[in-house]
Design a protein around this ligand. Structure first.
Ligand SMILES: Nc1ncnc2c1ncn2[C@@H]1O[C@H](COP(=O)(O)OP(=O)(O)OP(=O)(O)O)[C@@H](O)[C@H]1O
Ligand SMILES: [Mg+2]
Length: 169
Protein backbone atom coordinates (compact mmCIF):
# COMPACT_ATOMS: atom_id res chain seq x y z
CA UNK A 1 0.00 0.00 0.00
CA UNK A 2 1.18 3.48 -0.78
CA UNK A 3 2.00 5.76 2.10
CA UNK A 4 1.51 9.46 2.62
CA UNK A 5 4.87 11.08 2.81
CA UNK A 6 3.58 14.51 3.70
CA UNK A 7 0.58 16.81 3.90
CA UNK A 8 1.53 20.29 2.78
CA UNK A 9 -0.44 23.50 2.67
CA UNK A 10 -0.18 25.58 -0.49
CA UNK A 11 -1.36 29.03 -1.53
CA UNK A 12 -3.50 28.97 -4.68
CA UNK A 13 -2.67 26.80 -7.65
CA UNK A 14 0.96 26.45 -8.57
CA UNK A 15 2.22 28.76 -5.85
CA UNK A 16 5.10 27.97 -3.57
CA UNK A 17 4.48 25.58 -0.73
CA UNK A 18 3.82 27.26 2.59
CA UNK A 19 3.17 26.27 6.13
CA UNK A 20 0.68 29.12 6.70
CA UNK A 21 -3.02 28.44 7.26
CA UNK A 22 -6.33 30.21 7.00
CA UNK A 23 -6.83 32.09 3.71
CA UNK A 24 -9.41 31.21 1.07
CA UNK A 25 -6.94 30.31 -1.64
CA UNK A 26 -5.21 27.68 0.42
CA UNK A 27 -5.64 23.98 0.06
CA UNK A 28 -3.93 20.80 1.07
CA UNK A 29 -1.52 18.92 -1.10
CA UNK A 30 -1.04 15.25 -0.35
CA UNK A 31 1.81 13.20 -1.69
CA UNK A 32 1.89 9.43 -2.00
CA UNK A 33 4.54 6.96 -3.03
CA UNK A 34 3.27 4.09 -5.15
CA UNK A 35 5.54 1.07 -5.50
CA UNK A 36 3.49 -0.80 -8.10
CA UNK A 37 0.69 -0.50 -10.64
CA UNK A 38 -1.60 -2.18 -8.11
CA UNK A 39 -0.85 0.47 -5.48
CA UNK A 40 -1.63 3.21 -8.00
CA UNK A 41 -4.96 1.50 -8.76
CA UNK A 42 -5.65 1.33 -5.01
CA UNK A 43 -5.12 5.08 -4.72
CA UNK A 44 -7.65 5.58 -7.54
CA UNK A 45 -10.15 3.49 -5.58
CA UNK A 46 -9.53 5.61 -2.50
CA UNK A 47 -10.18 8.77 -4.46
CA UNK A 48 -13.48 7.31 -5.76
CA UNK A 49 -14.68 6.92 -2.17
CA UNK A 50 -13.96 10.60 -1.45
CA UNK A 51 -15.42 12.13 -4.63
CA UNK A 52 -18.61 14.17 -4.88
CA UNK A 53 -21.21 13.17 -7.53
CA UNK A 54 -19.68 15.50 -10.08
CA UNK A 55 -16.01 16.38 -10.34
CA UNK A 56 -13.32 17.26 -12.84
CA UNK A 57 -10.00 15.49 -12.25
CA UNK A 58 -6.96 16.73 -14.18
CA UNK A 59 -4.14 14.22 -14.54
CA UNK A 60 -0.59 15.32 -15.37
CA UNK A 61 2.52 13.31 -16.07
CA UNK A 62 4.65 11.75 -18.76
CA UNK A 63 4.01 8.64 -20.88
CA UNK A 64 3.75 5.55 -18.72
CA UNK A 65 3.54 7.54 -15.50
CA UNK A 66 0.48 5.60 -14.31
CA UNK A 67 -2.45 7.86 -15.20
CA UNK A 68 -4.49 5.11 -16.82
CA UNK A 69 -3.70 2.68 -14.00
CA UNK A 70 -5.09 5.28 -11.61
CA UNK A 71 -8.25 5.71 -13.72
CA UNK A 72 -8.71 1.92 -13.70
CA UNK A 73 -8.84 2.00 -9.90
CA UNK A 74 -11.09 5.04 -9.95
CA UNK A 75 -13.58 3.23 -12.20
CA UNK A 76 -13.54 0.16 -9.97
CA UNK A 77 -14.04 2.32 -6.90
CA UNK A 78 -17.04 3.95 -8.57
CA UNK A 79 -18.55 0.50 -9.02
CA UNK A 80 -18.07 0.41 -12.77
CA UNK A 81 -17.44 -2.92 -14.47
CA UNK A 82 -15.53 -1.78 -17.55
CA UNK A 83 -12.24 -2.07 -19.41
CA UNK A 84 -10.23 1.11 -18.98
CA UNK A 85 -7.58 2.07 -21.52
CA UNK A 86 -6.16 5.41 -22.64
CA UNK A 87 -8.56 6.85 -25.23
CA UNK A 88 -5.60 8.23 -27.18
CA UNK A 89 -7.25 7.83 -30.59
CA UNK A 90 -10.90 8.20 -29.63
CA UNK A 91 -10.14 11.13 -27.24
CA UNK A 92 -12.99 10.17 -24.89
CA UNK A 93 -14.39 6.96 -23.37
CA UNK A 94 -17.59 6.87 -21.36
CA UNK A 95 -18.02 4.28 -18.62
CA UNK A 96 -21.67 4.33 -17.60
CA UNK A 97 -23.27 2.86 -14.49
CA UNK A 98 -24.80 4.01 -11.23
CA UNK A 99 -22.20 6.74 -11.40
CA UNK A 100 -20.77 7.80 -14.76
CA UNK A 101 -17.07 8.27 -15.45
CA UNK A 102 -15.96 10.07 -18.60
CA UNK A 103 -12.30 9.50 -19.47
CA UNK A 104 -10.45 11.92 -21.77
CA UNK A 105 -6.97 11.58 -23.25
CA UNK A 106 -5.66 14.92 -24.52
CA UNK A 107 -2.33 13.54 -25.77
CA UNK A 108 -3.14 14.35 -29.39
CA UNK A 109 -4.81 17.70 -28.72
CA UNK A 110 -2.88 20.91 -29.25
CA UNK A 111 -4.99 23.39 -27.31
CA UNK A 112 -8.03 23.94 -25.11
CA UNK A 113 -9.94 25.12 -28.20
CA UNK A 114 -9.90 21.57 -29.52
CA UNK A 115 -11.42 20.36 -26.27
CA UNK A 116 -14.21 22.92 -26.55
CA UNK A 117 -14.72 21.73 -30.17
CA UNK A 118 -15.52 18.23 -28.92
CA UNK A 119 -18.13 19.59 -26.52
CA UNK A 120 -16.29 20.07 -23.21
CA UNK A 121 -18.97 22.47 -21.95
CA UNK A 122 -21.69 19.86 -22.54
CA UNK A 123 -19.65 17.26 -20.65
CA UNK A 124 -19.34 19.70 -17.75
CA UNK A 125 -23.14 19.82 -17.50
CA UNK A 126 -23.35 16.04 -17.10
CA UNK A 127 -23.84 14.51 -13.65
CA UNK A 128 -20.58 12.63 -14.00
CA UNK A 129 -16.96 12.47 -12.98
CA UNK A 130 -14.68 13.77 -15.76
CA UNK A 131 -11.07 12.58 -15.67
CA UNK A 132 -8.55 14.06 -18.10
CA UNK A 133 -5.19 12.52 -19.03
CA UNK A 134 -2.62 14.93 -20.51
CA UNK A 135 -4.36 17.94 -18.95
CA UNK A 136 -1.19 19.95 -19.61
CA UNK A 137 -2.22 20.09 -23.30
CA UNK A 138 -5.56 21.82 -22.59
CA UNK A 139 -4.75 23.81 -19.46
CA UNK A 140 -6.73 26.88 -20.59
CA UNK A 141 -9.98 24.87 -20.42
CA UNK A 142 -9.76 24.65 -16.64
CA UNK A 143 -11.00 27.27 -14.17
CA UNK A 144 -9.05 26.27 -11.06
CA UNK A 145 -11.85 24.33 -9.35
CA UNK A 146 -10.52 20.96 -10.53
CA UNK A 147 -8.88 18.18 -8.56
CA UNK A 148 -5.30 18.00 -9.88
CA UNK A 149 -3.12 14.91 -9.73
CA UNK A 150 0.51 14.85 -10.80
CA UNK A 151 2.36 11.60 -11.52
CA UNK A 152 6.14 11.51 -11.47
CA UNK A 153 8.25 8.49 -12.36
CA UNK A 154 10.92 7.99 -9.69
CA UNK A 155 12.06 4.63 -11.12
CA UNK A 156 10.68 1.81 -13.26
CA UNK A 157 8.25 0.88 -10.51
CA UNK A 158 8.03 3.85 -8.15
CA UNK A 159 5.76 6.84 -8.70
CA UNK A 160 5.32 10.06 -6.72
CA UNK A 161 1.64 11.02 -6.88
CA UNK A 162 0.58 14.48 -5.72
CA UNK A 163 -3.08 15.34 -5.08
CA UNK A 164 -4.43 18.88 -4.90
CA UNK A 165 -8.03 19.97 -4.47
CA UNK A 166 -9.22 17.04 -2.36
CA UNK A 167 -7.94 15.38 0.80
CA UNK A 168 -7.99 11.63 1.30
CA UNK A 169 -8.31 10.40 4.85
N1 LIG B 1 3.94 2.38 -9.35
C1 LIG B 1 3.38 2.26 -10.57
N2 LIG B 1 2.18 2.83 -10.82
C2 LIG B 1 1.62 2.75 -12.05
N3 LIG B 1 2.18 2.12 -13.10
C3 LIG B 1 3.38 1.53 -12.89
C4 LIG B 1 4.02 1.57 -11.63
N4 LIG B 1 5.19 0.90 -11.73
C5 LIG B 1 5.28 0.46 -12.97
N5 LIG B 1 4.19 0.83 -13.69
C6 LIG B 1 3.99 0.53 -15.12
O1 LIG B 1 3.94 1.78 -15.81
C7 LIG B 1 2.95 1.73 -16.83
C8 LIG B 1 1.90 2.77 -16.56
O2 LIG B 1 1.05 2.76 -17.66
P1 LIG B 1 -0.20 3.72 -17.79
O3 LIG B 1 -0.87 3.33 -19.07
O4 LIG B 1 -1.01 3.70 -16.56
O5 LIG B 1 0.52 5.14 -17.95
P2 LIG B 1 -0.09 6.51 -18.51
O6 LIG B 1 0.44 7.58 -17.61
O7 LIG B 1 -1.58 6.40 -18.65
O8 LIG B 1 0.60 6.65 -19.93
P3 LIG B 1 0.07 7.36 -21.27
O9 LIG B 1 0.44 8.80 -21.18
O10 LIG B 1 0.83 6.66 -22.34
O11 LIG B 1 -1.43 7.15 -21.38
C9 LIG B 1 2.40 0.31 -16.85
O12 LIG B 1 3.13 -0.45 -17.77
C10 LIG B 1 2.67 -0.16 -15.42
O13 LIG B 1 2.82 -1.56 -15.31
MG1 LIG C 1 -2.86 6.63 -20.22
Amino acid sequence: MEHVITDLTYHGKGDKLSQKHGTESEGTMQQFISNSETETEQLGRRLAAALPQTAVICLYGELGAGKTAFVRGLAEGMGLDCTVSSPTFTIVNEYLGNRDLIHFDMYRLGSADELFDIGWEDYLKRKAVLVVEWSENVQDAFDGSEICIHFKKLSDTVRLITLEGITLC
